[in-house]
Design a binder for this molecule. Sequence first.
Ligand code: ASP
Ligand code: MG
Length: 472
Amino acid sequence: MSRPIQVMKFGGTSVGSADRMRSAATIAAEASKDRAVVVVVSAMSGVTNLLIAAAVKAAAGDEAVAEALGKALREKHHEAIGKLISGMDERRELLAEIDALIERAANYCHGCALLGELSPRALDVIAGTGERLSARMAAATLREMGHRSVAFDASDLIVTDDVHGGARPLADLTRTKTQAALFPVLEAGAIPVVTGYVAATAKGIPTTLGRGGSDYSATILGAALDAREVIIWTDVNGVLTADPRMVPDAATLDEVSYIEAGELAFFGAKVLHPMTLRPVIERAIPVWIRDSFHPDIAGTKITHTVRPAPQGVKAVTATRDVAMIAIAGPGIIGVPDIAARIFTASASAHANIVMISQSSSQDSICFVVQAADAARTEKALRDALYEDVHHHDIEHVKVNRNVAIVAAVGENMCGTPGIAGRVFSTMGNAGINIIAIAQGSSEYNISFLVESSGMEKAVKALHEAFALGKQK
Ligand code: ASP
Ligand code: MG
């Protein structure tokens, strides 16, 4: 490739209406003046939810939902196309393609209703319809504006394993396919528009990368094409020092490291799909988070190199979407391999463990899982420990959903003494009780568990104590 490649992804709100779609196309067209641009699009906002809800209802026996789905999708997309595409032939052709895709999704839903069943594989086919629609619309919009543009289905580019609903890319196969398909288009000066979220196995069976997966699509393609950079156009103006709904004076960070962004994504700052940075770290491709509503604002650059935050802590993040599981009580002491058995049981329940702490007396082990995993994990633990503890008349496995994790994140906390002390004295001064503490040995975050009612206060107090609203 002679020109540097830029992959840019537009999220659901950034293509959520005819106006937004036109703004997105304008941003891409502008960038394409001096770069080779690859566009990745999400479904129009709300569409993926609609598709998944319809599939689930259909499988529960609702036979009318397929038709309602078709109608809702046609209305939304026809309306936007009416405003975007003026050429009669172009419009007719696009509408025919759109209608065929919508009909296919509705037919799959109808099939689910007849069978009374929804396999993960079928759900992936249905759920990925929104991106197939929006990619065709975005390419047509670019053509309407006088640019050459071609829509691509990422199931012809990104090759994954067969874990439906959360597939992982196979880098080498993806690289070969993506380069073969997109290099000629880019060399010819056209702008490819690729569906986010969707992919396919080596056998061509459609998969998805998990909810919010279009970010991941963009970095997978960026790595496969050795892009100069990847831009995630979204509806916030970058990575913030805290959630602005909790902390009104939260500031946008100019730069964060891959590690910091990863920690933030993991702990509830829903800016990025948690896997997003994996493909680009090794190749050191920078990722920008930018606001498509305010393209004049530079946004946040995510790279290897970080500017040290004066206070060590760069951002504070928190989530209530967790539950604490404690295994405690007499009878736990002396159970052989208790920790190993607890974590084997949790793993068998596919629990995503977010944090672990064990007291040295070994009479209690507590860990935190994502809220959605709590019930499954609880059952697996009860089953696994039943033989050992059922003769004691107490509950050994307790689940507390009324908790939140708060995390202070910053790569430069590493090796800076006194930060943990400041974090916890801040909590003490604010009168917030800490239930459990964890710091990874990497020292990129200090996280702790509080009652969920204290979460917001904890975040505000830390943000204030480390003067985060005033740093850049
Ligand atoms: N449309 C998909 C979702 O809503 C993927 C994405 O938007 O990133 O999860
Ligand atoms: Mg998203």
